[in-house]
Structure formats: C-alpha cells, structure tokens
Design a protein around this ligand. Structure first.
Ligand code: NAD
Length: 289
C-alpha cells in the first residue's frame, strides 16, 4: 500500500479523499491509502480523515504520495516541497504558472526517482472521448473553441493557465500547435476578462481559442470545427460513464506509481503537458505585448 496525503480541502481535495476511501475495485487505485489531509485552516475530520501538518506529512515514512489540490498559484511551491522530500505527486491542473517551473519540477522528479502527474480530467469525459472518435481520420480546415464561465476565484491566475484544460483538448485533438497572436480584454470593475488566442496546427490550419469569464456567464464550451468532409458545431451527446473522471485519473496515477504505464505513454504525456504550458506562456506573453 502507498500512503497518501491530500493538500487543499476544496472541491478537488474533497473528491480525492472520497475516491481513496472507495477506490475502483480491482484497479491500481486500491493501492492508495489516505493517511491525512493538510489545510491552512484548522479543520475537523473530513470524511473520517484527520488533519496533519505539512511537516508531519513530509517526514512520515508511511506517506509516499501527495495530492496537491490547492489554488493554482501555490502549486509550484507545494510540488517542489513534496518532491524534495522524495514523495510522488499528483497535482490538479495546471501544474504551474510558467513553462520553466514545470520543466524544473519534471527534472527534480526524475532526479528523485518519483512520479509527477498532472491531472487532466477533461480528457477523460465521455463527450471528449466521443468527439475524438468522431473526428478521427478527418482533415481539419479551421476551428474554434470558446469557453465561458464565471469569474475566476482568487489564486487561480492567468486565463491561459487556468484554462489549460481547453488548450489540452485542442492539442490532444489536433497535435502540437503554435501561437500567432493573442489578446486579452479586461474590465476590472466588472470582473470580466476575455482572452483570444490564434493558433496554428503543424499543417497551418487556424484554430481560435477564447476564454471568457465574467459574472453570470454560463460554464459552457462552444465548438466549431470545420473538416474536409463535415462540420462539428456541438459536442456529441455521450452517456455518462460508470467510473467518474477523477477516479479514472486516480487509476492512471496509481498505475504510474505501480510501473504499469508504458514508457512511451509517459513520455507522450510529459511532452503534451510541457507543450501546453509552453503555449500558455507564449499566449500570456503575446497578450501582454
Ligand atoms: P477550491 O478553491 O475549492 O480549493 C482549493 C483549496 O486549497 C481551498 O480550500 C484552499 O484553502 C486550499 N489551499 C490553498 N493553499 C493551501 C495550502 N498552502 N495548504 C493547504 N490548503 C491550501 O478549488 P478546487 O476547485 O478544488 O481546485 C483546486 C485545484 O484543482 C485547482 O488547481 C484547479 O485548477 C484544479 N481542478 C479543479 C477541478 C474541479 O472540478 N474543481 C477540476 C480540475 C482541476
């Protein structure tokens, strides 16, 4: 068994504890055992699990794994602290707020011989899997992905990073991308921001990614992908899968811990994670300039 600690008791942290207490039967997730949680606030037991200090989690030999479920802005420091103590880390996306920091952390994980996994539940949803199947073999002419949602909570940072899930969709569907232009529109008094990034596929097909956040905006993804043979203007309906998306991610992470994930898959995943963070960096840089 691998003992685990959960840092950050928000929506994601709650789900991580829940899933470790009732792992998918006969899956690698059964090998994880939750030993405690870390919070900046003194809290009562959560789902029967006790609060422990960061120092205790770092020093305990029976804790080999950390789930970092805090706000985006503190991921980098928290991951580094756990990696330096030789713990495996699963971090909720985005791993960091710069590409450089993610490269350093990946190197540190390698030096320490531990796993650094970035959760990407958006790739595990039934509608995304169906969309990917539907477009296999089709040639993209042009496309757009427009996300809207409520204002970002404090500590969740820049749109290009907080929205990395949308960028990851585009990269997973259409391969590595480049950024040609990016803009950000902000109305601070209205708590409204809109980022528009113009991207190109490796065969020069244009893709537009928009992240728009403001009070009252519904949490929705609008897609419009034009292919040589058809056009996709909405996400395909797909029945909910019996295994939840956070649990699917935990199974993948635990599979990595047990050495069950093929090296080619690990390499492809690391390349994708770093590529998306590099794009986010570039989008941020261009939108400021
Ligand atoms: P949240 O605001 O509900 O929870 C964050 C929690 O972390 C808060 O309770 C905060 O007090 C705590 N925290 C922050 N810094 C801490 C520290 N140093 N020590 C201990 N606790 C600390 O946010 P959330 O929705 O759970 O999101 C957390 C992370 O998960 C984010 O990176 C987000 O991008 C990612 N994520 C969330 C979801 C989701 O469905 N909620 C999905 C995918 C990824």
């Amino acid at each position: 068994m691998l003992g685990a600690v959960v840092m950050g008791i928000g929506t994601a942290g709650f789900v991580r504890i829940r899933d470790m207490l009732a792992p998918l039967p006969s899956s690698p997730a059964e090998k994880l055992s939750v030993k405690g949680f870390i919070s900046r606030r003194p809290l009562e037991e959560q789902q029967g699990v006790s609060q422990i200090s960061l120092e205790e989690a770092l020093s305990r030999k029976d804790i080999q794994v950390a789930f970092v479920c805090t706000e985006n802005a503190c991921h980098e420091d928290n991951i580094r602290t756990f990696l330096q103590a030789g713990k495996h880390v699963c971090v909720e996306y985005p791993m960091t707020m710069t590409h450089k920091a993610a490269v350093e952390l990946q190197d540190l994980a390698q030096q320490k011989g531990v796993v650094l996994h970035e959760e990407h539940i958006e790739l595990l949803t039934a509608d995304f899997k169906q969309l990917k199947k539907d477009i296999t073999g089709k040639k993209l002419e042009e496309g757009s992905l427009h996300f809207t949602g409520g204002p970002l909570k404090p500590g969740f940072g820049l749109l290009a990073f907080s929205g990395i899930a949308r960028l990851t969709w585009l990269v997973d569907l259409f391969g590595e991308l480049s950024v040609t232009m990016a803009t950000v529109e902000e109305q601070t008094d209205k708590n409204y921001t809109k980022m528009t990034a113009h991207l190109l596929t490796s065969d020069n097909r244009p893709l537009t990614w928009v992240e728009e956040r403001g009070p009252g905006l519904p949490r929705v993804k609008n897609v419009n992908f034009r292919f040589d043979t058809c056009q996709v203007t909405e996400l395909p309906p797909a029945p909910r899968e019996p295994v939840g998306i956070f649990m699917q991610d935990m199974v993948l992470f635990a599979g990595k811990l047990l050495g069950q994930v093929p090296p080619e898959q690990l390499e492809a995943e690391t390349r994708r994670v770093l590529h998306c963070l590099e794009l986010a960096d570039r989008i941020h840089e261009l939108s400021r300039g």
